[in-house]
Design a protein around this ligand. Structure first.
Ligand SMILES: [Zn+2]
Length: 67
């Protein structure tokens, strides 16, 4: 997953920043609690293709200082 590409990606629903879950190979929106699949390195930014997640369990450690 290209970091520059990742930095450009935002959630199509809330326009929020996404977190990449390398283990699951998914892009996670913590705001909507959705995980977008990444197929062969290509993010599928379709809400219909995303799956609902448990944000509390899924949230990766934050490296930012937001909030
Ligand atoms: Zn979102």
């Amino acid at each position: 997953m290209d970091k520059q590409l990742l930095a450009m990606l935002v959630c199509p629903l809330c326009k929020g920043k996404l977190a990449y879950d390398r283990e699951a190979g998914e892009l996670v929106c913590r705001y909507d609690g959705l995980a977008y699949p990444v197929n062969d390195g290509i993010p599928v930014m379709l809400p219909d293709e995303a799956r609902a997640i448990d944000v509390d369990e899924k949230l990766p450690p934050s490296s930012g200082a937001e909030g």
